[in-house]
Design a protein. Sequence first.
Length: 399
Amino acid sequence: MAIKEGDMYYAYSKNPEIKENGEYGGVVTTIMKYLLKNHIVDGVVVVEEGMDLYDAVPSLITDPEDVIRSAGSIHCGTMNLAKFISKYLDGCRDMKIALTCKPCESMTIVELIKKGKIIGDNIIMIGVNCGGTLSPIKTMQMIKEVYEIDPKNVVKEEISKGKLIIKTIDGDRKSFSIKKLEEEGKGRRENCQRCELKIPSNADIAVGNWGVVGHLAGKASFVEVFSNKGAKILEKVIKDDFIEIEKPNKEGIAIREKINKSMLELGKKSKKKLIGDLTGDIIEAFHAYEDEFSRCMKCYGCREACPLCYCDDCSLESEGPEWVPGGYTPAAPFFHLTRMVHMVDACTNCGQCSEVCPSEIDVAGLWSIVNNKVSEEYGYYSGFKTSKPIPFTQYPHKK
Ligand code: SF4
Ligand code: SF4
Ligand code: SF4
């Protein structure tokens, strides 16, 4: 059976153990196992559950029998695996890998491929639909206070039909409206609330449960093929009898589209709210955040966590000229302006910088506004494959 770009299927694993333990038919786990077993890749990068459900651990697996460890999903997996690959796996220079990625991770990988920091031919992206992730500690507090459940008793959390559903070890189930939680400053991370890519169309294959209806509801995933590479892989996995597929029905396709559309609209609304009346230039946006940034203790956490801040010799630490005078705290505005200049075209709203900031500054919020202005001006959208030149790389700029 020939598979091609644009094809959509319902799919589930033919491996009983993976089907049982994996999420919605265990398709992602099965593909990963297949790729390793057949030496198509040297390793797979996945997220495993660590100490508990709130502890998401990035992991490189090289033995196909170990892939089962990564079955299931963790909504507190807020990391960006692009950093793991570019920093710790040397951008896949010497090894071929496959990874499971959220849309903001596939976007960041695409940006890093454009900048030569990840070798695109050596990476296979199995994307997963994403409605949002939650910061682990805040989530534990919220479960205790709002759900009145001991976070240790939670076995699963799920976002469905606008609700955050929590299931306990005793089989209890409680849900609250995500909208309401977010109005109270709880729920998904702020960058997730304004996220504008929910189905990772820039990965090779996208997998999720949206739109799986009928006899396979809850037992299979909806798979969409987004590249030739993805098509070839899926074709092999099916031919070698690792997964079973069925054509999705029209109702399922429509439901998936509807969910995606409503999530994107919510993202747009949150972004609009964030930008507010900041309709001027980048400097105006920067001014608006000055009070907030005056709390910066210059710990370099945002720079360290940002997957798109990758220079080995960072100019912020150069001896002279003294870009950031004196090493004082709070950091001089130039500290952030320098970082802004370095990644303004590339920020993918992944939220890592806000996540780590000890002063709880909405770093990603400002970069999101600034990146939005660059996109509007240059028609260049970070995280997407494009033939357009990267802004600020040529005179005159050809749009
Ligand atoms: S930014 Fe988007 S893709 Fe990334 S975790 Fe949040 S909702 Fe998911
Ligand atoms: S600046 Fe923040 S949101 Fe943007 S790519 Fe870096 S870590 Fe992600
Ligand atoms: S993480 Fe926060 S406190 Fe640390 S340098 Fe960045 S903005 Fe400043």
